[in-house]
Each structure stands twice: as structure tokens, then as C-alpha cells.
Ligand binder design. Structure first.
Ligand SMILES: NC(=O)c1ccc[n+]([C@@H]2O[C@H](COP(=O)([O-])OP(=O)(O)OC[C@H]3O[C@@H](n4cnc5c(N)ncnc54)[C@H](OP(=O)(O)O)[C@@H]3O)[C@@H](O)[C@H]2O)c1
Length: 167
């Protein structure tokens, strides 16, 4: 099973503010949906609760929520007490590629523990105030596998580039 993460960050690695995203970028959202549909996704409890109730659990995906709260329960999700346990659940389900979808704490812990083999990073070309960040990572340790430019347009206020990195 490949362990991937997927994230969108601005020029200073900002990913969120006030438990929300920094932008509305429909083309990137579409990429996220296409890439993760049919797979298990692993999310921190805070990121999960930042998804509007009518859109969660994210549909057509097995939502695995990581929390230290042993009593946590919401309909139609799986709950894990650690990232490692969440990955085990995905493996037990026969997953081939699991996606860690954030937020900041979960990305940081997953990278520090060396759990991630592939990263789908949307680099959003803007500078915005954030309170949650993607960790700095050593680009020399990652090979660029592919990249896709997302132009700015009427509905997408910033230019962006999706880069797929592999270990
Ligand atoms: N731009 C993007 O691509 C993107 C993607 C995802 C999220 N975000 C943003 O990121 C922000 C949320 O990130 P965050 O860092 O505040 O929170 P988070 O990583 O989503 O969730 C943190 C929570 O996860 C649980 N947790 C963390 N480490 C754990 C461990 N080792 N074992 C068990 N449980 C653990 C804890 O839940 P309990 O407190 O319940 O124990 C903790 O409070 C929001 O602003 C969101 O919009 C942005």
C-alpha cells in the first residue's frame, strides 16, 4: 500500500486559518476529489470537523478520523487512535493507495515519522495570512514525478501548480 498525502499550500507553506481553508479553488478541489475518490482518506479530527456537515463524510471515500478521544463517534466514519492505526485500517480494507488529507498536525507527524511515500502538493502562488502550516520539507529528498499548471481564471483567484513528489 502506498501512503500518500495531498495538500494545497501558499508561498510560505500556509494551509489554513481559523480551522478553514485559505481559498476557494474549484480546479484544485476537482483534482482533490478525482485523486482521492475510491480510496481511504486519513484526516485529523480538526480537519474533519472543518468540513461542512453536509459534505462529510467525504463521499465515495472511507473517512478515517484520527483522534485521541476514545469515545469519538460520527456516522459512517472509521476512528483511529493514531496515524499508524489509521494506516493499518486502510491496509486491512485492502487499500492500494491511502491519502493523508491533513491538517497541519497530521501532516507534520506523518512526515516526521517517515510514513509518507508520495505527496501531491498544490503550490498556490500567493501570500496569505495563515495559522496552520505544512512542515518545511527537504526537496532534495523528493523526486518530482509530474506537474500540472492550474491557471488563474474568473473562478480560481490564484495561479497554482500541482507537483507530485515521490521519495
Ligand atoms: N490547504 C490544505 O490542503 C489543507 C488540508 C487539510 C487541512 N487544512 C487546514 O488545516 C487546519 C486544521 O489542521 P490542525 O493542525 O489544526 O488540525 P488536524 O491536524 O486536522 O487535527 C488535529 C487533531 O488530530 C488529532 N491528532 C493529532 N495527532 C494525533 C495523534 N498522534 N494521535 C491521535 N490523534 C491525533 C487530535 O484530535 P483530538 O483533539 O480529537 O484528540 C488533534 O487535535 C484547518 O485550518 C484546515 O482548513 C488545510
Amino acid at each position: 500500500m502506498i501512503v500518500s498525502l495531498i495538500v494545497a499550500m501558499e508561498n510560505n507553506n500556509g494551509i489554513g486559518k481559523d480551522n478553514d481553508l485559505l481559498w476557494h479553488l474549484p480546479t484544485d478541489m476537482r483534482f482533490f476529489k478525482q485523486t482521492t475518490t475510491g480510496h481511504c482518506i486519513v484526516t485529523g479530527r480538526k480537519n474533519y470537523e472543518s468540513i461542512p456537515p453536509k459534505f462529510r463524510p467525504l463521499k465515495d471515500r472511507t473517512n478515517i478520523v484520527v483522534t485521541r478521544n476514545g469515545n469519538y463517534s460520527e456516522p459512517n466514519i472509521k476512528v483511529a487512535g493514531s496515524i499508524e492505526r489509521a494506516l493499518e485500517i486502510a491496509k486491512e480494507l485492502g487499500e492500494t493507495e491511502v491519502f493523508i488529507i491533513g491538517g497541519g498536525q497530521i501532516y507534520k507527524e506523518a512526515l516526521e515519522k517517515g510514513l509518507v511515500q508520495k505527496m501531491y502538493i498544490t503550490h498556490v502562488d500567493t501570500n496569505l495570512e495563515a495559522d496552520t502550516f505544512f512542515p518545511k520539507f527537504d526537496r532534495n529528498l523528493w523526486k518530482t514525478k509530474d506537474s500540472i499548471s492550474l491557471p488563474k481564471d474568473d473562478k480560481n483567484p490564484y495561479q497554482a501548480k500541482i507537483v507530485i513528489y515521490e521519495e
